[in-house]
Write a protein that binds this ligand. Structure first.
Ligand SMILES: Cc1ncc(COP(=O)(O)O)c(C=O)c1O
Length: 341
């Protein structure tokens, strides 16, 4: 067994620091690390390992459940009684906010823009309703304002709301620092050192993974496939201060530059939430070779990016790549017209 590819003393120190953070047990952890040999064969790839954060539980799983174990601790500590979230109609975070509120005995308010994915009521939105969230439909251009209005209203009524995107946000990255320890332990047991970890992330998942890997001196990096269109360079710059904040939160003496982040926005085109041809192919090949469901907005696009990199010859067959499955499969049902062709 190889035990020398990362700094185990640094990992033990990080473990002790993480153990001091309060948590709320809303996720099933650790998640499995699955070998995907049939997928690897189908895409002519290196060995592919999938970190199954789609299996975190909490109403169909996903990365938010792992993040919430840390980021909802201040809400519980401070006696908050309403979880608020607002994003796209098929937001996985809204669904897991609603589920976490139910589990913690809180109320949930989710703000849903009236966009095409909001009717018929399907996928994540259907689950928001089933989970008992108060769903407030708004014009898309009013969504931000409506969220603030809901928070103000709740406060005026004597509630203590907690917004699950902005409140305790850095703790969502801290959760993925812990994921690094979990992953490295699993890799150790498999006796494998990967060449890269691929993930779909806007900010917190990639920041956590990057900080964690740097903190323990791992010899590989995270590759981010962004779910949002944008300029790679701008995204890399935006991640730098979040990396520093996450490191500081964990008393880690680390500094970051844009070069610490490898970001690809091109696979999100033409837009966030729009199913792409290569995304659809990626969803199909993973489903049909491994029986694993990706999603149209995040993991399908991330997998399409990884497959493209494999096809461009970035990895040899004797290398190993880890793909972090961040969840999102309930959204599949809101895309049935495009997926069922
Ligand atoms: C399935 C899925 N993957 C990835 C992400 C990105 O998460 P984050 O931006 O917190 O890293 C999200 C949420 O936005 C998601 O729902």
């Amino acid at each position: 067994m190889s035990t020398s590819w990362y700094d185990h003393d640094a990992a033990a120190r990080l473990r002790r620091t993480l153990d001091r953070f309060p948590r709320v047990p809303v996720a099933y952890l650790p998640t499995p690390l699955d070998d995907c040999p049939r997928l690897s064969d189908a895409v002519g790839g290196p060995r592919l390992l999938m970190k199954r954060d789609d299996l975190t539980g909490l109403a169909f799983g996903g990365n938010k459940a792992r993040q919430f174990t840390f980021s909802l601790a201040p809400a519980v500590r401070d006696g908050c009684d309403v979880l608020v979230h607002g994003a796209a109609a098929q937001s996985n975070q809204s669904r897991q906010t609603a589920a976490a509120a139910a589990k913690l005995g809180m109320k949930a308010v989710v703000i849903i823009p009236r966009e095409p994915r909001s009717y018929p009521v399907q996928g994540n939105l259907l689950l928001d309703h089933l989970l008992g969230a108060e769903v407030r439909y708004v014009f898309p251009e009013m969504a931000r304002e409506a969220k603030q209005q809901a928070i103000d209203e709740l406060k005026a009524q004597g509630h203590k709301p907690y917004e699950t995107s902005s409140d305790g946000a850095i703790l969502r990255a801290v959760a993925y620092v812990e994921c690094v320890l979990e992953l490295c332990d699993q890799l150790d047991r498999l006796d494998v050192i990967p060449s890269a970890v691929y993930v779909c992330s806007g900010v917190h998942t990639v920041v956590g993974l990057t900080v964690g890997l740097r903190a323990i001196g791992a010899p590989f990096r995270t590759v981010v496939i962004s779910p949002y269109v944008g300029q790679d360079e701008e995204v890399r710059e935006r991640l730098v201060p979040v990396g520093s904040e996450c490191a500081a939160t964990l008393d880690l003496d680390l500094t970051f530059s844009p070069d610490d982040f490898e970001v690809y926005c091109e696979y999100a085109k033409p837009d966030y939430g729009v199913l792409t041809k290569t995304g659809l192919e990626a969803i199909r090949v993973v489903a049909r070779t491994e029986g694993i469901l990706l999603d149209p907005s995040y993991t399908g696009k991330a997998m399409s990016g990884l497959i493209d990199h494999i096809q461009k010859g970035r990895f040899r067959k004797d290398e190993t790549v880890v793909f972090v499955h961040t969840g999102g499969s309930p959204a599949l049902f809101a895309y049935s017209a495009e997926l069922f062709q």
